[in-house]
Design a protein around this ligand. Structure first.
Ligand code: PEP
Length: 254
């Protein structure tokens, strides 16, 4: 990994202010593990509180609306999450695509809105088990990304990360083989180079997500073109999340 690995916790719809102590402990741990870039995406209600606690870690949002403001009851814009302290937004997570019917076209307009607000994007993609079993995983994921990624983005290399998250691996304890992860990340890298050119395309970090735990992080993070991890369940406690960050730091020493 050329750059610092990027380890991002996605708290999903978990966490009240009682969980700020975990965020504080994660931040303290990250201060001792500076070879790794660590970030948390808490629910919207905690972004500002985590931002205030955080001295080292980055704070982001799990979604936002495509419009900057207006009559959209219950929604939150990129400008608003930025105002609360977010520096990035996760977009296109399979739970949003499934639970809220988000299309790749919508994800692309949200990504444009996030970039326009001066924030970074972590754009998620991933196939179902059925698609993988049919041997169509790479074709599906590259199509999904092609349709979800905005094409005109300034400094895209440092502002965009892609998270490959096979849907069947999320929250299940199952992971693809390291060979399958590497093959998918290589296919994604080729697409990013095609879309954004050699330099930017090579710089964009491609994170792996789906049942990453302290005991499997090292082998997944060592795979070709894996620049970090997007972590759900194991990011909810400082103990397990920092176990993953430590695995990433140890790889940097190799
Ligand atoms: C996720 O949904 O982003 C995720 C990676 O979840 P988990 O780590 O729990 O599989």
């Amino acid at each position: 990994m050329a750059e610092r690995p990027f380890i991002v916790g996605n708290w999903k719809m978990n966490g009240t202010r009682a969980m700020l102590s975990e965020a504080r402990a994660i931040d303290r741990g990250a201060q001792r593990l500076m070879k790794v870039e660590v970030a948390l995406a808490p629910p919207h209600t905690l972004i500002h509180a985590v931002h205030r606690e955080a001295e080292q870690i980055g704070v982001g949002a799990q979604d936002c609306h495509a419009e900057p403001d207006g009559a959209h009851t219950g929604d939150v814009s990129a400008t608003m999450v930025a105002d609360a302290g977010a520096k990035f937004v996760i977009l296109g997570h399979s739970e949003r695509r499934q639970d809220h019917g988000e299309t790749s076209k919508l994800v692309r307009s949200k990504a444009q809105a996030v970039f326009d607000a001066g924030l970074k994007v972590i754009l998620c993609c991933g196939e179902t088990e059925e698609t993988r079993d049919a041997g169509k995983a790479e074709a599906f994921v590259t199509r999904q990304l092609r349709d979800s990624l905005p094409t005109e983005v300034e400094q895209v290399g440092e502002r965009l990360s892609v998270a490959y998250e096979p849907i069947w691996a999320i929250g299940t304890g199952r992971t693809p083989t390291v060979e399958d992860v590497a093959a998918m990340h290589n296919a994604i890298r080729a697409l990013l180079v095609e879309l954004y050119g050699e330099e930017d395309g090579a710089e964009i970090r491609i994170l792996y997500g789906g049942s990453v735990k302290p005991d499997n992080a090292a082998e997944l993070l060592a795979a070709d073109n894996v620049g970090g991890a997007l972590v759900g369940g194991a990011s909810l406690t400082a103990e397990s999340f920092l176990g993953i960050v430590i695995a990433a730091a140890e790889l940097q020493d190799r």
